[in-house]
Design a protein around this ligand. Structure first.
Ligand code: GLU
Length: 487
């Protein structure tokens, strides 16, 4: 068919159910699928698995798309982008799912099941009392045609079950190797419910086939679905994709990471101002280890070059929010100054911190090394704009005790008035020149100036602090220190 992907293409998919906001656990799955497709110059597909989700699906789909875009995980085909293998919303493909079931029924690989709730509930009781895993006992498996017709007349539309073969099924997980499943433990599972709605296992396989998915990458929680899906691929005469099951992520306090247990929503991380590349980088380390133990900070394109299935582990891994924060600091440190300015500009509380243009740029330059997230900017700006209070009183007292402070402050203030190039370098040089002239070195020079400007003895680079304050404010603060400490 025209527009179909050429045979042998690497095609991965992220298939979220739009039940709510993406959290770090889901995002890890998206990241690995995206990295794998990019590494192999294949296609990354977004498929929205909304069959069982009635409420808010539009909203949830939009928020998933926004989160993926923020993270830079662009998809080649998807509900809004379109593509040759649509529809990309599972709910819109139900006819295709039902057609596949018809085909299976014609081949005898699936059969109608008329059992009602009471019968199935009774089966469960019998099984559980025998201590066995529940599976369908096969009551409708071999009904003769007339028996089926009678039951249909009596009970209405049936469900449709897969006729699970007797032989064991082998799946090949690229992380764990071959795994055998006994089909007795699987039983004849439902493909279509009595109301005609397809089940997850059916829909996922039909969609993976029609989208030519070559690699299914998802969490290890889906391992138990995989044998059913492999049987369906085979019964539908389609090639079985490769499976890569990522290890389970545990919450910091133990238990599986989930929306309810410790997983941050991507939207929250974005609101707090985490660097999106740090999120991609961090989740890539939940299961994968880079080739060189020493280096773990990577831009997405570097990760796409490096991520390799042979270094994905099978053992559980634990989410560490402190490391995510550290990772964000590392990615912020790698940015150009103007990019950091752009990222924090809308977050600066202008009512407290009157910064624009150059002063904003110098303030960000002074503080950027302290940022783990862009949202922390206001907290750090307090270093440059301390609120008067106990600290200021202590600073004034300290200045009073320092016999050389008055001379240093006056001289620095006077020299600042003459500075033409109000830049961090020039300002740093000016202060050092005063120190040289007055024979004040190190702390006896810098402490009084810093105390006068920021009430602290240490802090960000002094030239940058002065540049950020601007000439007027810097001189006002020097004067205020001279006056209020009665120097
Ligand atoms: N919609 C499924 C989920 O959110 C994805 C299943 C799969 O990847 O096969 O878990």
């Amino acid at each position: 068919m025209a527009g179909q992907p050429p045979p042998g293409s690497i095609r991965t998919r992220f298939a979220p159910s739009p039940t709510g906001a993406l959290h770090l656990g889901n995002v890890r799955v998206a990241v690995f699928n995206w990295l794998f497709a990019r590494r192999h110059e294949g296609q990354f597909i977004l498929r929205v698995e909304d069959t069982d989700v009635e409420r808010h699906r539009g909203e949830a789909e939009a928020s998933i798309a926004a989160d993926l875009k923020w993270l830079g995980l662009n998809w080649d085909e998807g509900p809004d982008t379109g593509g040759p293998c649509g529809p990309y919303r599972q709910s819109e493909a139900q006819e295709l799912h039902r057609e596949a079931v018809d085909r299976l029924q014609r081949k005898g690989a699936a059969y109608p099941c008329f059992c009602n709730e009471e019968e199935l509930a009774q089966d469960r009781i019998v099984d559980e009392s025998g201590g066995e895993v529940h599976r369908y006992p096969g009551r409708c498996r071999d009904l003769p045609a007339e028996g089926r017709a009678e039951l249909r007349a009596e009970r209405g539309s049936p469900a449709v079950r897969f006729r699970t073969p007797d032989d064991p099924v082998e799946i090949l997980d690229e992380v764990r190797g071959p795994i055998h499943f006994n089909t007795d433990d699987i039983g004849d599972f439902i493909l279509l419910r009595r109301d005609g709605r397809p089940t997850y296992n059916l829909a996922v396989v039909v969609d993976d086939i029609r989208m030519h998915i070559s690699h299914v990458i998802r969490g290890a929680g889906h391992l138990s679905n995989t044998p059913k899906q492999v049987l369906l691929f085979q019964a539908l005469g389609a090639p079985v994709p490769s499976f890569i099951h990522l290890p389970t992520v545990l919450a910091p306090e133990g238990g599986k990471l989930s929306k309810r247990s410790g997983a941050s929503a991507v939207g929250e991380l974005r609101a707090e101002g985490y660097h999106p590349h740090a999120v991609v980088n961090y989740v890539s380390l939940l299961g994968w280890s880079p080739p060189d133990d020493e280096e773990e900070v990577f831009a997405p394109e570097e990760l796409a070059r490096l991520v390799d299935v042979s270094r994905i582990g099978a053992s559980d891994t634990t989410y560490d929010p402190d490391k995510l924060r550290w990772m964000s600091a590392q990615h912020i440190a790698r940015m150009e100054l103007d990019e950091v300015v752009g990222a924090v500009s809308d977050r600066v509380d202008r009512a407290r911190f009157p910064l624009e243009g150059d002063t904003l740029r110098f303030a960000v330059d002074a503080l950027r090394s302290r940022l783990s997230t862009f949202g922390e900017i206001n907290e750090h700006l307090e270093l440059l704009f301390p609120t008067p209070g106990a600290e200021w009183d202590a600073a004034r007292e300290e200045l009073r005790q320092d016999p050389k402070a008055r001379e240093v402050l006056r001289e620095v203030r006077d020299r600042l008035r003459d500075v033409e190039q109000w830049t961090p370098d020039e300002l740093g040089r000016t202060v050092r020149a005063v120190g040289k002239e007055l024979g004040a070195r190190g702390p006896s020079l810098f402490h009084p100036v810093r105390l006068a400007l920021t009430s602290q003895r240490s802090g960000p680079d002094l030239g940058k602090v002065l540049a950020a304050l601007g000439p007027e404010e810097a001189i006002v603060r020097m004067n205020r220190a001279l006056e209020s400490s009665k120097l």
